[in-house]
Design a protein around this ligand. Structure first.
Ligand code: NGQ
Ligand code: ZN
Length: 405
């Protein structure tokens, strides 16, 4: 039985809007200088190498471990941006992992056709990503029957690097209304340059002018955007999918969050490569990067709250819910009961109430404040424990041992 303390505080469950689950097993392994100038692109080669021998069993073991870790830190739903299609059962393995862990999942099979702008053929290491509009729509049809409160489907044209304009448009035409559409955009300056050369437009600019970008869309990263793109993206109703710890880890650049929020832009957070599984750490990183750039404090506040932690948590939860196509992201009538209970007995919460609670979670550094997590009215973490965690950790250790042997 869960014990209840009078001082415990409750926050709405957080959506993790961008996950490549298998990358969890690489966290910490790529922090060694391997090229004269390590960057996103050299990291990507290591990621491809890591993925080369990945089996369905290992994928499931890694995803199960990851999803349990997410639940223990306050994520209650995840969008899995899935592009390792060979073998085809990889997708189902993520659905099973989410089901076993008890996290709600929006699966986004990714269309991946080319190695770069101008229909550059896939490299040998990218062969497992091979997909077509047909194969993606077939994959959706196959798992559609399995849809339930905890499984939603959407689609992920990987990026304008990996998907040509005609295929992108054909894919969108094949979708049902309301289905989430996620795409990587403008993460790297090289990508912006290549897009400008190949398409005559920057990636976000091109998407806004050529696709029906609206509230169904999540533009992941959207890091390198000019003022006109910031305004148009905010006005479109799309969600900017920010992945603060991964973007910092990969040296991507800095998204102009303050201008974008000033234009009422929607946003949410993603764990992406999972160098962090903690939404508080994502939000802390997001605010701190802005402080370092601006040399000011307490930047992200709203008209309803002058508290940064509260503002960030509530906006990210609402934006993430939108990106996942789910009625979660707030504690309110009609919303799904996704709740995160913080442990009022912890020193970090001593004598805290109101806004000081989310501020303590995000800015006083402790990661052990989440005690219980509820997804859709079911407790999945109680007293910091998930019923599967020992088994999942053992399977995870075995999978990683095989992968690194
Ligand atoms: C991904 N991750 O799909 O895993 C990508 C790397 C790419 C990030 N962009 C591959 N952070 O973008 O080509
Ligand atoms: Zn990604």
């Amino acid at each position: 039985m869960t014990k209840y303390y009078a001082r415990d505080a409750v926050l709405p469950g957080m959506a993790n809007l961008h996950s490549h689950a298998f990358q969890r097993a690489m966290a910490g392994l790529t922090e060694v200088r391997a090229a004269a100038q390590d960057d996103f692109w050299s990291w990507r080669q290591l990621m491809y190498q890591f993925m080369e021998r990945l089996t369905p069993e290992q994928s499931q073991a890694i995803a199960t471990q990851l999803y349990i870790e997410m639940l223990k830190h306050g994520y209650t739903a995840v969008a899995e941006f899935h592009y390792v299609h060979d073998p085809a059962e990889m997708l189902d393995r993520h659905v099973h992992a989410a089901h076993d862990a008890g996290i709600a999942i929006t699966v986004l099979p990714a269309l991946y056709r080319w190695a770069g702008f101008g229909k550059k053929p896939l490299e040998p290491r990218q062969r497992r990503f091979t997909s077509s509009v047909r194969s993606i729509l077939d994959a959706l049809a196959r798992i559609r029957g399995k849809q339930s409160a905890d499984l939603r489907i959407g689609v992920a044209p990987h990026s304008l690097r990996a998907v040509d304009a005609d295929s992108l448009k054909e894919l969108i035409r094949g979708l049902e209304a309301d289905m989430p559409i996620h795409i990587h955009a403008s993460e790297q300056t090289r990508e912006v340059e290549e897009s400008t050369f190949a398409l005559g437009k920057r990636p976000v600019e091109w998407l806004l002018e050529n696709c029906p970008v609206d509230g169904r869309w999540c533009l992941v990263h959207a890091t390198h955007v000019q003022a006109s793109e910031v305004a148009a993206l905010a006005a479109s109703g799309a969600v900017a999918g920010l992945c603060p710890t991964t973007e910092a880890n990969l040296g991507d650049g800095i998204f102009p969050l303050l201008t974008y929020r000033g234009a009422s832009g929607r946003w949410g957070i993603g764990g992406d490569s999972h160098v962090s599984r903690d939404p508080a750490e994502e939000l802390r990183t997001l605010e701190y990067v802005q402080r370092l750039v601006m040399r000011r404090r307490n930047l992200n506040i709203s008209s309803t709250s002058a508290a940064v932690g509260t503002t960030l948590w509530l906006e990210a939860a609402a934006g993430g819910a939108r990106a996942l196509g789910r009625g979660m992201g707030a504690i309110a009538p009609g919303k799904r009961a996704d709740l995160v209970v913080l442990d009022g007995e912890q020193a970090d919460l001593a004598a805290r109430s109101g806004d000081a609670i989310a501020n303590a979670l995000i800015f006083s550094g402790a990661s052990g404040l989440v005690r219980d997590t509820m997804v859709a009215g079911q407790w999945v973490v109680r007293e910091r424990h998930h019923v599967l965690e020992e088994k999942a950790a053992a399977r995870y250790a075995r999978a990683v041992g095989e992968l690194l042997s």
